[in-house]
Design a protein around this ligand. Structure first.
Ligand code: FES
Length: 106
């Protein structure tokens, strides 16, 4: 069992199988998370800020490395559709990709 804690969604926890992408895990747990390209690594709207547990995520994919090289993906940021999870991590929704119909916490 793996776990993602979303700190600015009232510490909401989602659980699932190891090896799933973070985006898949979020969606399986009915968390509304932006994903404009449908999880193909072609936008950055699924971006998550990794606060802790980065070691529980798979290495950067080619798509993520391209965005890093263009400074469109910060050091602590991962694309939820690309990062596969194998443990516990804590993330935050970036300000620019918060959904207007959801209420976020600090
Ligand atoms: S959904 Fe577009 S890069 Fe992840």
């Amino acid at each position: 069992m793996v776990k993602i804690v979303i700190e600015n969604m009232a510490q909401k926890e989602v659980h699932g199988k190891a090896g799933s992408s973070a985006l898949r895990l979020l969606h399986e747990n009915m968390v509304d998370w932006m994903h404009a390209c449908g999880g193909k690594g072609r936008c950055t709207t699924c971006k998550m800020i990794v606060v802790a547990g980065a070691e529980a995520l798979s290495p950067l994919t080619d798509a993520e490395q391209r965005y890093r090289a263009k400074n469109e993906l910060g050091k602590a940021e991962r694309l939820a559709c690309q990062a596969k999870i194998s443990g516990t991590c804590h993330v935050r929704v970036p300000e620019e990709y918060k959904l207007p119909h959801l209420i976020y916490t600090e």
